[in-house]
Design a protein around this ligand. Structure first.
Ligand SMILES: Cc1cc2nc3c(=O)[nH]c(=O)nc-3n(C[C@H](O)[C@H](O)[C@H](O)COP(=O)(O)OP(=O)(O)OC[C@H]3O[C@@H](n4cnc5c(N)ncnc54)[C@H](O)[C@@H]3O)c2cc1C
Length: 409
């Protein structure tokens, strides 16, 4: 009779759960260690409680890292149709939106977490919750894990799927990096991504709570990099909203690299400058007894209209009849390109994901095995791969977990 193979997986998040389900089979025992008292906390909190589980179209262009094409093999092997089929097999159906984002049909992240956990249990994966692994030792071909002062039994293979340091309240931590570094792996510097931004200005906090359907343009060292349409929300510390989360990866990485970061806000992207100038002039002519602030508050949140005028040094109480062409130009310039200096991000606590991570040059993308230590594997966000918003981070966590799971068994 052949010996039973023993596998340890550290981290019961998206990638660890997927790997455990794939790896467990007759003759292969899988032990899944999780520091939290329950598995899949990030899945539960994801997508505003709805879990944007994947996307119909994924490619390396949706990812950032020193080598984004690292994702190609896993996403080609376990792409949208494979994950949809896999989930259907465990009773989890998808609702696919027109833009490609896929959510559970139930619209509840809970059903994703429950399906993965129940399926893993039903296949015989053994869960060890409340077990934070602090150290891994390899003697000969066998691995031993250490948590608190206890040591585990010996394992043939180990997967580190501990995620990143983003959202520590949900289990985000740097401990996976420490485990990997102890085997000689290197860490590409990490930075928060899909995160709100702090602004260096005198007015953002005064406009806190004002929401705009606008556009944000990112400038790095004064050079225009990208523009994104979407929600903008002023806050006490700076700015949030989907457009901001979408530009935050590049903004955050640039801050890490000591570059100067600015954003230009277009508060009315539906109008070009000329159309907006004509509209404003005609409103001022038609409503000469209105104050300019009243006129602007017909198109912008009142607080924004007020502080925008203050910034242009135009008294908000100026009567429309006194607004001349030069003033209109100043107002339109501010509305179409209000510049703010970005001084930092809102930090890992508020970030959905982390950029940087374990150097992918040291991991075989076709097996997820370490190139430095035989029998050691990686999957998910611990690696130097971070995705755009839209289900891309789970897509890679599940795909890399699938590849690792196959290799582990
Ligand atoms: C609020 C929020 C919303 C999000 N929404 C989406 C979304 O809708 N779509 C999307 O694609 N992505 C989303 N993400 C990102 C997504 O959750 C992650 O990219 C994904 O969970 C990464 O999977 P993972 O398996 O690598 O890590 P994780 O899911 O983070 O799992 C890692 C697990 O390892 C455990 N762990 C860590 N260290 C140890 C240790 N030493 N010992 C034992 N256990 C340990 C952690 O507690 C955790 O449970 C969101 C993230 C957040 C924070």
């Amino acid at each position: 009779m052949s010996e039973i193979k023993k596998i340890a997986i550290i981290g019961a998040g998206a990638s660890g759960l997927m790997a455990a389900i794939i790896a467990v089979k007759e003759g292969t025992e899988v032990h899944l260690y999780e520091q939290n008292t329950k598995a899949a906390k990030k899945i539960l909190a994801s997508g505003n409680g709805r879990c944007n589980i994947t996307n119909t179209h994924t490619s390396s262009q949706d990812y950032f890292g020193n080598n984004p094409s690292f994702v190609d093999y896993s996403l080609e092997t376990f792409g949208f149709s494979q994950i949809q089929k896999f989930c259907k097999n465990m009773g989890l159906l998808f609702n696919v939106l027109d833009d490609g984002r896929a959510y559970p049909l139930s619209n509840e992240a809970r059903s994703v977490a429950l399906s993965f956990e129940s399926f893993a249990l039903s296949k015989g994966v053994r869960f060890f919750t409340d077990s934070r692994i602090n150290r891994i030792e390899k003697k000969g071909r066998k691995f031993t894990l250490f948590h608190e002062n206890l040591s585990s039994e010996a394992y043939d293979k180990v997967l580190i799927s501990t995620g990143s340091e983003a959202a520590p309240q949900l289990g985000g931590s740097t401990s996976g990096y420490t485990l990997a570094l102890s085997f000689g792996h290197s860490l590409i510097p990490t930075y928060p991504s899909l995160v709100q931004l702090h602004l260096n200005s005198k007015v953002h906090d005064k406009m806190a709570g004002s929401k705009i359907d606008g556009a944000a343009t990112l400038y790095i060292n004064g050079k225009k990099e990208q523009s994104i349409h979407g929600d903008l929300l002023f806050t006490k510390y700076g700015i949030s909203g989907f457009a901001i989360l979408d530009i935050s990866q590049q903004a955050s990485q640039s801050i890490l690299n000591y570059q100067s970061v600015d954003i230009g806000l277009d508060l009315l992207p539906k109008f070009d400058r000329q159309a907006l100038s004509s509209l404003l002039l005609s409103m001022c002519q038609n409503l000469p007894h209105f104050e300019i602030e009243t006129i602007l508050s017909g198109m912008l949140p009142i607080k924004v209209a007020h502080y925008l005028l203050e910034e242009t040094k135009i008294n908000p109480n100026t009567l429309a009849s006194h607004i001349h062409t030069k003033m209109t130009k100043q107002i339109v310039s501010k509305i179409k390109d209000w510049r703010f200096e970005v001084c930092e991000t809102h930090g890992f606590k508020h970030a959905e994901v982390s950029g940087g991570g374990i150097n992918t040059d040291e991991v075989n993308e076709k097996t997820m095995e370490s190139k430095l230590c035989e029998g050691l594997y990686f999957a998910g966000e611990i690696l130097d791969i971070v995705g755009r918003r839209g289900g891309f981070n789970f897509a890679f966590a599940f795909a890399s977990g699938f590849i690792a799971g196959k290799e582990l068994s």
